[in-house]
Design a binder for this molecule. Structure first.
Ligand SMILES: [Zn+2]
Length: 79
């Protein structure tokens, strides 16, 4: 299935949120801050617009993202 927006789609809000958090950890310049349900395809996409997803916000604030990011970068170095 494909969407007219050309964005990658997720079938549930949960999987979209997971992808959002993972993108934050893995990609330094990722700008996605939230997820939304698409009017066009009815599935979920990531977006860099609007309000920040509360789950992502909480993980950023409590330092989880930072920690995971460091762990991820360490793994890359060791490989
Ligand atoms: Zn769509």
């Amino acid at each position: 299935m494909k969407c007219a927006t050309g964005k990658r789609l997720y079938y549930t809000k949960d999987t979209a949120q997971e992808a959002l958090i993972e993108a934050r950890i893995r990609f330094e310049y990722n700008t996605a801050i939230s997820v939304y349900q698409c009017d066009d395809c009815g599935q979920w996409h990531l977006t860099s617009q609007g309000e920040m997803d509360p789950t992502l916000k909480a993980l950023l604030e409590d330092g989880t993202i930072k920690k995971e990011k460091q762990a991820f970068q360490w793994n890359m170095k060791l490989r």
